[in-house]
Design a protein around this ligand. Structure first.
Ligand code: SF4
Ligand code: SF4
Length: 424
């Protein structure tokens, strides 16, 4: 293909991505009544970045990351600015099909589609990527990112997390990563800079946990579509500003609770969302659930709960102990289905279902994502034993299945309502 049509095609992809984002924001903002005023910060942020090409991050070397298990604290301590590249754009998914087989997971294809030469303005200067070797598709995508001209560090992740061997392997990977991050940014990871970044991330996590606790309230104070937008903003926003915006949202939700204002009816079925991660602008299934009258009160996904739940626990504030403590935080509590066995994921799901008093579970699997597809059986079995109905939805980023999915989602929400009525 000649340079001109290629450039023209790329411009069309970027324009389509802007339209998609604007449409998704219009749905989130306007189709649901009485959104908290503090959500305006997030609606405006996404508008500025995704529709107007503004940059949200502070100045510094952008370092792209492809999974929540990449330790942000190390990137920040080296003076870099981490941005998570996982993309939810259908336009980028279609463009990424040039690199990956059509049957691959939409998230990986969209990430490759995003990284082609002409990028959205907010990623313009990005050429360094940390790619974690988790699922097979991410592993292979790392090589393709190199072919796209990115300087890629392949951060090696163990296939299991239960053995001492796996822990030692991962600690060694993270120690190597300290040097790699320094090479990428030209900065130094020092005792002071790592301590500062651990504390800054843990302040953000504390704000997130305050929000999480409020989501356990009944009637629900926040819709899931907004909770996902808040956590997705963490991918690219300035850390301190994001923490302040979450604190403001928490304060407003507490005030609304005192005033008796809720985000959903008391009888709205309460949903736990799990599976392949909802990433903006693909919030298709969460939006369908809430348009049908359900409310997502908790999630177990790597774009929300799994990303921010667990804090680094440091015994001694010296550099070596801090690096190992950071490594442990990204392995031990991880509930990603890529591990050979994953009892922790089942335990966390059942725990969230209990603490958030959920009526049912919605399990999203992106077509082509083998690990989530395969793990669905053990999850469904454990949920059935706990008496929790589960709707399994296989989907991708295309809008084509919305009609058919909305019928299934509505029927599921209705079945939860009748179940509740029978129990009362
Ligand atoms: S599903 Fe697992 S491998 Fe994929 S982005 Fe999430 S945590 Fe990373
Ligand atoms: S959704 Fe599945 S295939 Fe896609 S990146 Fe995550 S684990 Fe890999």
């Amino acid at each position: 293909m000649s340079a001109a049509p290629q450039g023209g095609r790329r411009a069309a992809v970027l324009a389509q991505q802007i339209r998609e984002s604007a449409q998704a924001l219009a749905t989130l903002e306007r189709e649901f009544p009485d959104n908290p005023a503090a959500m305006d910060y997030f609606y405006k942020l996404f508008h500025r970045v995704y529709c107007e090409g503004g940059r949200a991050q502070p100045e510094g070397t952008l370092v792209g990351t492809t999974c929540v298990q990449v330790p942000d604290e190390i990137v920040r301590a080296a003076g870099g600015v981490p941005v998570r590249l996982c993309s939810g754009s259908h336009a980028f998914d279609l463009a990424g099909a040039d690199f990956m087989p059509a049957k691959s997971c939409s998230l990986v294809k969209a990430t490759l589609g995003l990284l082609q030469d002409e990028r959205p303005a907010w990623l313009d200067s990005l050429d360094r990527v940390v790619n974690l070797t988790t699922c097979d598709q991410k592993k292979k995508a790392g090589q393709m990112m190199e072919e796209l001209g990115c300087q890629v560090h392949h951060l090696e992740f163990p296939p299991s997390k239960d053995s001492e061997h796996a822990r030692a392997f991962w600690r060694a990977s993270v120690r190597d990563f300290v040097r790699a991050a320094e090479r990428m940014t030209g900065g130094r990871v020092t005792r002071a800079s790592l301590r500062e970044s651990i504390l800054a991330v843990s302040r953000a996590q504390a704000a997130y946990r305050r929000l999480q606790r409020l989501r356990a309230e009944s009637p629900a104070l926040l819709l899931g579509k907004d909770a996902f937008l808040v956590t997705n903003a963490y991918f690219f926003d300035d850390l301190e500003r994001w923490t302040g915006a979450v604190d403001a949202l928490v304060a407003e939700l507490e005030a609304r609770r005192e005033a008796g204002i809720s985000a959903a009816l008391r009888r709205a079925p309460r949903i736990l969302f799990t599976g392949s991660p909802p990433v903006f602008p693909n919030l298709k299934i969460p939006v369908l659930v809430e348009q049908a009258g359900g409310v997502i009160v908790a999630d177990e996904t790597c774009s929300a709960n799994r990303m921010l739940n667990d804090a680094v626990s440091v015994d001694e504030w010296n550099l070596y102990d801090m690096v190992d403590a950071v490594a442990d935080r990204y392995l031990k509590p991880c509930t990603c289905p890529i591990f050979t066995s994953n009892g922790d994921r089942l335990r966390r799901l059942l725990d969230l279902a209990r603490t958030h008093a959920v009526d049912g579970v919605v399990y999203q699997a992106f077509a082509g994502c083998q690990v989530y597809e395969m793990e669905h059986h053990s999850v469904s079995r454990a949920l059935a034993e706990a008496g929790l109905p589960c709707l399994y939805v296989e989907t991708d980023y295309s809008p084509d299945d919305v009609g058919q999915l909305s019928t299934r989602v509505e029927a599921f929400i209705e079945s939860l309502r009748s179940r509740r009525r029978r129990r009362q």
